[in-house]
Design a protein around this ligand. Structure first.
Ligand code: NAD
Ligand code: IPM
Ligand code: MN
Length: 352
């Protein structure tokens, strides 16, 4: 057996619900394929913060660094401001481990209803390559003159040549392995520094990929077109903030936030990558036992693929596809059913 060293951070809200529900299934897939996971569970998050005054230990990121992969549930809790929790746990990991590609597939599965009319399974199938370490999330800025009428807040976005080029190049590479169509989403009509720089880099990199057709869209028009003509997208590359927003649209047009998986990828062996559902801690349904575990299961499939276990990854992905296509299978309320998280996972086990 090959053993993988996995760091597990269930986090807040429905994070632990979906992570723990999925674990027996993940172990079962591992067994089936002669693999094992050596899992280190980290109780970091908002409860930890309320006791310790920090979301994770100071050397938290480096404790994760030697693993083969990281799995995270969700971060964020109504009792502590989001900027404290997210800048204390999730964002420093993405940045600290240089996971510069945030890869977010959006697939309309058979058996899933989209709010858009006239789309069948497979008609929507695109992947967002979101820049994941800089841009609008660079955390540069400040507030001056608190409480006075002339109070100001500055929030700067940082776009480096290296940071922009590597995400753009990764997206072009991905396009060559798919349908060869890349959409670069910017706001270069208004943001004449960073986004024109981004456009220039897309232009430069495109010369190395003559087989890829390149389309440029402004983010407002792209948001519209994801609703109007989602079938025409293949690979989308966007900055940190724009990629964040577009992937919530992507999740909803392919059925539910509860179905959308993601990977924060550091290519190569230097650092581990981190996998997590796109959704957050969903305080509105926490404790009800009805959080959809499928985004988590699909994210585990992405993890398995990333560590090289393609067969196991496919088994897990196919079990989900198979369940969704079965009208009699249990579904959580976000997909129009009344099943629990556990029931969905139990059913998946029978489909492996
Ligand atoms: P959210 O994704 O938590 O929830 C948005 C909506 O989607 C809610 O109605 C929720 O019930 C529903 N939903 C989300 N996941 C679901 C699932 N698995 N099954 C069924 N329904 C699901 O976004 P939000 O409400 O904007 O944020 C809540 C908290 O989560 C905030 O603190 C926010 O900062 C944080 N957040 C964290 C992450 C992360 O950890 N990666 C991502 C997004 C938001
Ligand atoms: C996501 C989330 C995070 C992000 C938040 C919680 C900081 O929305 O993973 O999509 O913006 O990256
Ligand atoms: Mn988001």
């Amino acid at each position: 057996t090959t053993t993988y060293d996995i760091e597990l951070i269930p986090g807040d809200g429905i994070g632990p619900e979906v992570v723990d529900a999925a674990l027996p299934l993940i172990r079962a897939v591992a067994d089936d394929h002669g693999l094992a996971f050596d899992i280190t569970r980290r109780d970091w998050g908002t409860e930890y913060y309320l006791e310790q005054g920090e979301m994770m230990p100071e050397d938290g990121v480096s404790r994760l660094a030697d693993s083969d992969a990281i799995f995270l549930g969700a971060v964020g809790h109504p009792t502590v401001p989001d900027h404290v929790t997210l800048h204390g746990l999730l964002l420093p990991i993405r940045k600290g481990l240089d996971q510069y590609i945030c890869k977010r597939p959006n697939v309309l599965f058979e058996g899933i209803e989209t709010p858009l009319q006239g789309y069948d399974a497979g008609d929507i199938d695109f992947v967002v390559y979101r820049e994941n370490t800089e841009g609008e999330y660079a955390d540069i800025g400040g507030r001056e003159h608190r409480g006075f009428n002339h109070e100001t807040a500055v929030q700067s976005a940082l776009f480096t040549r290296e940071g922009t080029e590597r995400i753009v190049r990764a997206a072009f590479e991905a396009a060559t392995e798919r349908d060869g169509h890349l959409t670069s989403v910017t706001k270069s009509n208004a943001q004449a520094h960073s986004m024109v720089f981004w456009d220039d880099i897309v232009e430069e990199v495109s010369e190395d990929y003559p087989s890829v057709t390149v389309e440029r869209l402004l983010v407002d028009a792209a948001s519209m077109d994801l609703i109007r003509r989602p079938h025409e997208f293949d690979i989308i590359v966007a900055s940190n903030l724009f990629g964040d927003i577009l992937t919530d649209i992507g999740a909803q047009i392919t059925g539910s936030m509860g179905l959308a998986p993601s990977g924060n990828i550091h290519p190569g062996d230097e650092n581990p990558s981190m996998f997590e559902p796109v959704h957050g801690s969903a305080p509105d349904i926490v404790g009800d036992g009805v959080a959809n575990p499928l985004a988590t299961v699909l994210s585990w499939s992405m993890l398995l693929e990333d560590v090289g276990e393609k067969t196991a990854a496919t088994a897990l992905w196919d079990a989900v596809t198979n369940q969704l296509a079965d009208g009699a299978a249990p579904r959580t309320p976000d997909l129009g059913g009344d099943a629990t998280t556990e029931a969905v996972v139990d059913d998946l086990r029978s489909r492996l």
